[in-house]
Design a binder for this molecule. Structure first.
Ligand code: KG4
Ligand code: ZN
Length: 361
């Protein structure tokens, strides 16, 4: 089985070919990702209109490159899988329409993929993980704990009631005058900072509600920064380190709850797994916190390679293969309309006011 994947839900234009032959391990034959970071940096965040135009310009070439790199011709492709939501609608339209056109011209089936499902199933592509497992998705647009029970069978156990974690990093960086994207710069700056200097709040810590919240922390950072302005380099480093410590602590508390619930709901597993996905999973302080938490709780900690944790099309192609293999590919995908909001779990409706509107996942 060979599937061409296309991803355009935010600021990466990506295409990939993934193959699965019999019982062998799946193979990523090509994985092309064009990041638009430079186009958006001047604005301190992703500008939807610029993103959509950049996808239009780049996508054809990226698809061609992915096919050329894989040495598989369009004829030999079994299906086209494209991200159909959630995300910025301009980019989704570009990706899905391109996929529909290729599928129609080459007479191949089209599979409309939920971007979050791509993240959720990546650990099966990279690590061959069996169901069920627990997923922590921490990116610029999403902060969720999801029980992954099977292909198309997801239960969201927690989400953010305000900002996504990556968004909190990006906004904190912006407040402190650090360049976009904020997360990696906050982490770098924090290295020379004193994490004990500011006692920032640990939002939701100890709460019976399972969800996340980061906007209060962001406000606390703003107040601390304006109280001591103008900021020296050391002040900025101390704020970054203290912010990161607060985030890791709050996240650890929330994920700990998720692990305990997983134990209760899936008691048969001797060593269950926690999988991380999303750009924030690159943060070493956060990773170390999660690793320690897992080892204490007897969980395996699975962090797919960073390139496959952040937005890419291999995860979309793989989700397509999983759906084909499970016999649950949508036969009417040619009529699918892109959905800027599309929860993975239809039972858990979005929390009011949650997340960044139409953001990437
Ligand atoms: O998964 P991703 O590349 O794109 C999506 O949002 O889907 O995640 C990007 C987010 C940004 O908010 C970025 O600031 C954050 O991940 N990020 C980090 C780090 N690297 C990227 N946050 C904290 N520490 C990092 N090292
Ligand atoms: Zn994503």
């Amino acid at each position: 089985m060979r599937v061409l994947g296309i991803e355009t839900s935010c600021d990466e234009t990506a295409a990939s070919v993934v193959a699965l032959d019999g019982g062998a391990a799946p193979e990523i034959l090509s994985n092309i990702v064009l990041s638009q970071i430079e186009e958006h940096a001047a604005f301190g965040g992703v500008v939807p209109e610029i993103a959509a135009r950049a996808h239009v310009e780049a996508l054809d070439g990226i698809v061609e490159a992915a096919l050329a790199d894989s040495a598989v011709s369009l004829d030999e492709i079994d299906a086209i899988a494209a991200t159909a939501g959630p995300g910025l609608v301009g980019g989704l339209i570009v990706g899905l329409m391109t996929a529909k056109a290729i599928a129609a011209a080459a007479n191949k089936p089209l599979i409309a993929i939920n971007h979050l499902e791509g993240h959720a199933l990546t650990a099966r592509l990279t690590d061959g993980l069996d169901f069920p497992y627990l997923l922590l998705l921490v990116s610029g647009g999403h902060t969720q704990i999801v029980a992954v029970r099977g292909v198309g069978d997801y239960q969201r156990w927690a989400t953010t009631i305000d900002d996504a974690l990556g968004e909190a990093f990006d906004k904190t960086a912006k407040m402190l005058g650090l360049p976009y994207p904020g997360g990696p710069n906050v982490e770098k700056t924090a290295v020379s900072g004193d994490a004990g200097r500011f006692a920032f709040p640990r939002p939701m810590k100890g709460s019976a509600q399972p969800d996340f919240s980061f906007s209060g922390l962001k406000t606390a950072v703003r107040q601390a920064a304006s109280a001591i302005a103008p900021l020296s380099d050391q002040d900025v480093a101390d704020i970054c380190a203290s912010f990161q410590a607060a985030v890791a602590d709050a996240l650890g508390d929330r994920v700990g709850r998720g692990l305990a619930r997983f134990r209760r709901e899936f008691p048969g597993q001797a060593k269950p797994a926690l999988v991380v996905a999303g750009g924030v999973a690159a943060n070493r302080t956060i990773k170390a916190t999660l690793e320690a938490l897992c080892s204490e709780a007897g969980f395996a900690f699975v962090a797919p390679p960073q390139k496959l944790c952040t937005d890419n099309a291999a995860m979309i192609a793989w989700a397509g293969i999983e759906r084909l293999r499970a016999g649950i590919a949508d036969e009417n995908a040619a009529d699918f309309v892109p959905r800027s909001r599309w929860p993975l779990d239809s039972v858990s409706a979005p929390l009011v006011g949650s997340g960044r509107r139409g953001a990437k996942a």
